[in-house]
Design a protein around this ligand. Structure first.
Ligand code: MIG
Length: 650
């Protein structure tokens, strides 16, 4: 059961896609609401209650015991005590006596104190007086999440190639660099579906331009690469360079499409291209115009994009010099070392006529950029597109996926990747993943292999790293065939992974879940956060520690243990309970639930060469409902499911 409570005049966030009747405030007995700012909601937590949700935040899957702040920010120091990341996903689920979820739908800052004070309460402070609160009661935490996913709308549906392996790096400066990456993967026999083009492809980092000297004839080039099964995926930043002659700048100024400064002029902020203006993505007219700009790329045959710097990230502004210490008066008491005061310096004009500082509507800026691009691509392309963004808010999942930003090549970040996946799924972001191998810092061979073994199971599987780090493409490491083995597993699992993703998306369900959602009566699994359910049949238990040869796995029921090596799959039935499993660096072990099946196919150099129909069924089940479609047109629907029976000639 879902109830909506509305306070003041909420800013439209578009997060909830269904009409939910607004209820009388008197019925909100579970929470105490104090008059005055901020709005406080608080409720007691049972001793053993777990609190799930919050999407892209630090720490484990059970968010209890800390304070989290929804206020999108670009900060690569992903430490456990970092209160906020790039996205705002204000949905929490309390898994206790009577499970319930709460979604605080406001684009302003929200502070979640989840028993951080150790007083046994969940306290949520919303900075704005104008907000909607959705309360969801259900039979279980999973049931609450499913109801929530049901009202925030269906996930964006990427094409099949978006589920292939992607290689990226900040610093591929020329067409030759990109061609070399493709060739070296091919030589090493490592499958590859796309290569990302970071800001280096642009002319002086200016959006919607291509450096013609370094990437001559991109249209031809992208066509030739596509023939080889490799898509090029350019980055797009939020700021539009201020420069006479830049048509996007000129048009934006002429039509009043940019955010305003304190004096009512177009606000100036320094980002990669130098001084820029920020499009006022909160207005429909501006979104339509911005989305249209992607034509520059789609006309070159490009069908995949990543949107960056859209928290927005700012180096300096017309009011604050680069590197200046935050102004103590206007600084943010919650995050004093950050330049959050910048967001009070520019303004949006909403479609309802109100003017709001970015600070007041901050958390939907990136989401509205995603929406602008997604809707634009929907119009510009006949077929499905790939899009993922750094900043997000619930609702943006309908237009694109996300990656979890500038992590680092550390074992902590690998573990965080595992924790993020189910939490993001609870908030609608099915198509997501981390920079495999780590963005900052230098990845070791061991970390890279273990990380790939996790990324095999995340919809976005992209190796990405920063310009100032040691290169980490798989072919650069000793024995690249070991890397080939792990990535080959991804391709062999695609008949299952693609099918499970599409079924979850179409049914508005989760793809990656905590074990506690599938085994709610098993007390033991509530403590397990380093194993995950992936789709209806698979449980993973990845190795997340350095220097170990294996790990202890907990099986809530008897399962089929599947070991994948360069020789292929070997299966073994194992009992419920704890078991120690050895996992060499060049193997992956995963589990198939009792009575379930996993279709596995043959490997291929890329998804264009993959045959989703040619599968063999692993596991102890009798049949499997496989979703199959052409992988690129918009003809997607649950009627594309076919039943595969074990033993049947396929
Ligand atoms: O200030 O475009 O998160 O993936 O490589 C850094 C360069 C800007 C941040 C993104 C990262 C990307 C980088 N960008």
């Amino acid at each position: 059961m879902i109830t909506q409570f509305s306070y003041g005049t909420p800013v439209e966030t578009f997060a909830v896609a269904e009409d939910i009747p607004v209820s009388d405030h008197e019925r909100l007995r579970r929470f105490t609401r104090e008059k005055g700012s901020p709005q406080i909601f608080s409720c007691p937590l049972g001793e053993g209650d777990a609190v799930y949700g919050l999407g892209e935040t630090m720490r484990g899957i059970n968010k209890r015991g800390a304070r989290y702040i929804s206020f999108n920010y670009d900060d690569p120091r992903h430490r456990d005590d970092m209160p906020s990341m790039y996205g705002a996903h204000n949905f929490v689920v309390v898994d206790g006596e009577s499970p319930f979820g709460a979604f605080f739908d406001t684009p302003a800052k929200v502070v979640f104190d989840i028993d951080a004070k150790r007083d046994g309460t969940l306290t949520v402070a919303c900075e704005s007086q104008d907000l909607r609160l959705y309360l969801i009661e259900g039979e279980s935490a999973y049931d609450v999440v499913k109801q929530f996913l049901g009202v925030i709308g269906r996930s964006f549906l990427p094409p099949l190639w978006a589920f292939g392996y992607g290689q990226s790096r900040w610093g591929y400066k020329t067409k030759l660099d990109v061609s070399r990456v493709a060739a070296r993967h091919q030589e090493a026999g490592i499958p590859l579906d796309y290569i990302c083009m970071d800001i280096d492809y642009m002319d002086r980092y200016i959006d919607f331009t291509v450096n013609r000297r370094r990437f001559p004839n991109l249209e031809d080039y992208s066509a030739r690469m596509k023939e080889r099964g490799i898509h090029l995926v350019p980055i797009v930043d939020a700021g539009i360079k201020i420069e006479p002659g830049n048509p996007v700048y000129e048009e934006g100024v002429r039509n009043g499409y940019f955010c305003k400064n304190r004096e009512g002029k177009d606000f100036k902020a320094e980002v990669w291209p130098g001084m820029t203006h920020f499009p006022d993505f909160l207005r429909e007219e501006v979104r339509k115009w911005f989305g249209e700009q992607y034509r520059v790329y789609t006309s070159l045959g490009l069908e995949g994009f990543w949107n960056d710097m859209n928290e927005p990230a700012i180096f300096s502004t017309e009011y604050r010099a680069k590197g200046a210490k935050p102004d103590a008066e206007r600084g943010d008491p919650d995050q004093p070392e950050r330049h959050t005061a910048d967001f009070k310096d520019f303004f949006h004009r909403l479609d309802d006529g109100r003017e709001k500082s970015n600070y007041e509507v901050h958390n939907i800026f990136g989401a509205m950029m995603t929406r602008a691009s997604g809707e634009g691509l929907e119009r510009l392309l006949d077929n499905r597109y790939l899009l993922f963004s750094r900043s997000s808010y619930i609702g943006a999942h309908r237009y694109g996926g996300i990656w979890t930003g500038d992590n680092a090549s550390t074992w902590e970040m690998l573990r965080q990747n595992v924790y993020h996946m189910p939490s993001l799924n609870m908030c609608g972001f099915l198509y997501s993943g981390a920079d495999t191998g780590g963005f900052g810092g230098n990845s070791s061979r061991e970390l890279m292999l273990r990380w790939l073994a996790v990324s095999v199971f995340t919809p976005l599987m992209r190796n990405h790293s920063a310009i100032f780090t040691k290169k980490q493409e798989c072919f650069r490491f000793r024995n690249p065939e070991d890397f080939r083995t792990i990535i080959t597993l991804r391709y062999r699992l695609l008949p299952y992974l693609y099918s499970e993703f599409m079924k979850a998306a179409l049914r508005q369900d989760m793809l990656i879940r905590p074990l506690a959602f599938d085994y709610p009566r098993d007390e033991k699994v509530r403590q397990i956060e380093d194993q995950l359910m992936v789709g209806e049949s698979v449980m993973i238990a990845p190795v997340l520690e350095q220097g170990v040869k294996g790990r202890i796995v907990y099986l809530p029921e008897p399962m089929t243990e599947v070991r994948f090596s360069s020789e292929g799959f070997t299966c073994m039935d194992v009992c419920a309970g704890e078991r120690t499993v050895m996992v060499p660096l060049n193997q992956v072990v995963f589990y198939i639930r009792q009575g379930k099946l996993v279709p596995v196919g043959k490997s291929a150099a890329n998804t264009a060469e993959l045959d989703l129909m040619d599968v063999e069924l692993l596991g102890s089940g009798k049949d499997y409902e496989q979703y199959v479609d052409d992988g690129y047109t918009k003809k997607c629907g649950l009627d594309r499911c076919i039943v595969r029976r074990k033993g049947e000639k396929l």
